[in-house]
Design a protein around this ligand. Structure first.
Ligand code: ATP
Ligand code: MG
Length: 395
């Protein structure tokens, strides 16, 4: 009898024609995270993971952060499928377990197995009752469910599984570019996009010397939290100083934010195209600030063609914070480092900006040249999920 882990796919198993495509990607993602420390085999129903050094705890902890997995189950596998062998193995395992009530569940993937499901359940249940003392059957609310799965070549015995994080395997839906600020919302938006199978790259706009190295470090930390789910993360850092100063000097201040965000969108679209990203993802949330009224969103969105996905658009701030805490980005996000937007915030940003005014104001600055320069000089950093980054002492 061999102790193994198997995975249930959940939503993936509903994908009929391209299920194999999803499973291949899931297999690669697991290999990326667990390195060579496991052997993986899979078929349509199950993926089997055999940790090489018996490090079940560490393997399970890592599997819990991989999208596309609905349930992680520790199981015992053996190839003698006779009733005697099943009974004998069950007693071996159960004798060390603490429980007062139980029930047996049988799943027959091999429909031709000689005993039908109902009889098998009864026979195994009776054998357990005969061999262990002080226990009884409770079909409604048992302490322990003994699962017996009869497959073509083998039998699996297992108890309750551990919940996985669900979603689709990263990369299975292609690539997106996340506008990642140091705030609370954008890392959460990024996490939710990764959950739907989108492999992210990220873009961060900095304005040195108005923003500090510590602000960039904060964004790198957030990127690293996302990198755990994303199989590493490429971060594009754009120097936004020249553009921001040109806007600040030449454009009426109630339009600063609107125009700044139009510039961010334009640059993001170009970087997205270069990276083969099909969508931009950001942390905008309806009504949260002046630049996120419906009119603002529409006037800002107007400068790009690429779809903008806003995973937290309809979440309340408290709902966003709840997810930020769950994915452990919250404590970093609330560190008090200035963002390029916060420095140039006007007293009264326009709530209902006009597209025509934006265009008129933008004609006052050579924004195409400025964008060209910013893109030409941009830096790219690859952030690994597992590595310890060297940071300035932020806390
Ligand atoms: P967050 O908490 O995510 O920073 P916010 O409430 O501060 O959001 P804004 O500053 O208006 O809202 O930004 C809206 C979105 O624009 C952010 O969620 C992020 O996706 C993007 N964004 C803002 N500033 C930057 C930046 N410096 N670099 C990259 N993206 C940014
Ligand atoms: Mg922000």
């Amino acid at each position: 009898m061999e102790k193994i882990i198997f995975l249930k796919y959940g939503e993936l198993s509903t994908k009929k024609d391209n299920r194999n495509f999803f499973l291949k990607i899931l297999n690669n993602n697991i290999k990326h995270v667990l390195k060579d420390k496991v052997e993986i085999k899979y078929d349509y129903g199950r993926m089997f993971i055999i940790p090489s050094e018996n490090d079940f705890t560490e393997t399970i902890a890592k599997l819990k952060n991989i999208f596309g997995i609905q349930e992680i189950v520790v199981a015992y596998k053996f190839s003698d499928r006779s009733l005697d062998a099943i009974n004998e193995n069950i007693i071996k395992i159960l004798k060390d377990k603490e429980f007062k009530t139980f029930k047996v569940e049988v799943k027959r993937s091999d429909k031709k197995y000689e005993i039908d499901g109902m009889n098998l359940r009864k026979l195994i249940g009776a054998h357990i009752l005969k061999n262990l003392s002080n226990i009884k059957v409770d079909v409604n609310n048992p302490d322990l469910i003994v699962n017996v799965e009869i497959r073509l070549q083998e039998v699996l015995l297992y108890f309750e599984g551990i919940k996985g994080i669900g979603g689709y395997p990263v990369s299975s839906l292609g690539k997106g570019l996340l506008m990642l600020s140091g705030g609370i919302d954008s890392p959460v938006g990024g996490y939710l996009a990764i959950k739907r199978g989108v492999k992210l790259e990220a873009i961060y706009f900095e304005s040195p010397p108005h923003t500090s190295e510590a602000a960039l470090d904060k964004v790198k930390r957030l990127a690293q939290k996302l990198a755990v789910y994303n199989n590493d993360l490429k971060l594009h850092v754009i120097n936004f100083t020249e553009i921001q100063e040109a806007i600040y000097k030449n454009i009426p201040h109630d339009y600063l934010i609107t125009i700044m965000r139009r510039m961010m969108y334009r640059i993001s679209e170009i970087i997205a195209k270069k990276s083969n990203a099909k969508i931009i993802v950001n942390g905008e949330s309806i009504g949260q600030v002046a630049s996120q009224t419906l009119t603002s969103l529409s006037v800002i969105n107007d400068v790009v063609k690429i779809p903008i996905i806003r995973p937290v658009a309809c979440f309340d701030k408290l709902e966003i914070i709840e997810i930020a805490k769950k994915i452990d980005t919250y404590d970093t996000s609330i560190l008090p480092y200035e963002d390029c937007c916060t420095i140039f915030v006007p007293d009264h940003p326009v709530i209902n900006p006009l597209k025509e005014k934006c265009e008129e104001y933008e004609s006052l600055i050579p924004y195409k040249d400025l964008i060209y320069n910013a893109i030409k000089n941009h830096k790219t950093i690859t952030i690994k999920g597992e590595e310890e980054l060297e940071f300035q002492d932020l806390l």
